[in-house]
Design a protein around this ligand. Sequence first.
Ligand SMILES: [Zn+2]
Length: 195
Amino acid sequence: MPASTACDLQSTISATALRAVRSDEHLSPAHGSQNRGTRIVQNLTSVTDDHYMQLALAEARAAAAEDETPVGAVIVHDDTIIAAAHNQREQLHDPTAHAEMIAITQAAEALASWRLTGCTLYVTLEPCPMCAGAIVQARVPRVVYGAADPKAGAAGSLFSLLDDARLNHRCDVTPGVLAEPCGDILREFFRAKRS
Ligand SMILES: [Zn+2]
């Protein structure tokens, strides 16, 4: 993604987040400041998560347009998007070309480090065992995903590789962000394939 686009997106996100804080203050004037502070943080997180997941969804749409299974991912570091990718398995003839794998490589390049400290990975579909393995290897601290994958999901559905005390890294996982549109685009893609 060009830097200018990422920059524009950042201003939109900040404006949206700011509006969320203001409306929260306006609607709940009677609460103590400590409680209110906690809720503002939660609202900000969820506004931001929705926004970045929309960008991951845009990547998934780009995959569908290229006749690839529509899964998209973005990686955010210090409120900056440092990677945006979609599944390219068919085009690259590469079984490892999942959205997360490509995004992790982009992010490591952007940070000039294999260790993705301070990053959040957003992906439209629950990571598979391969991608969850790469997430652990890259020490990604937080993963947010959209639709659950009961057939291959390794972030809680079939396996819990991102939160296994036996491994040397564990991530915070936020499941189900924009789960419906993230799942719909996959269902629609496979329905069209069958017809
Ligand atoms: Zn994968």
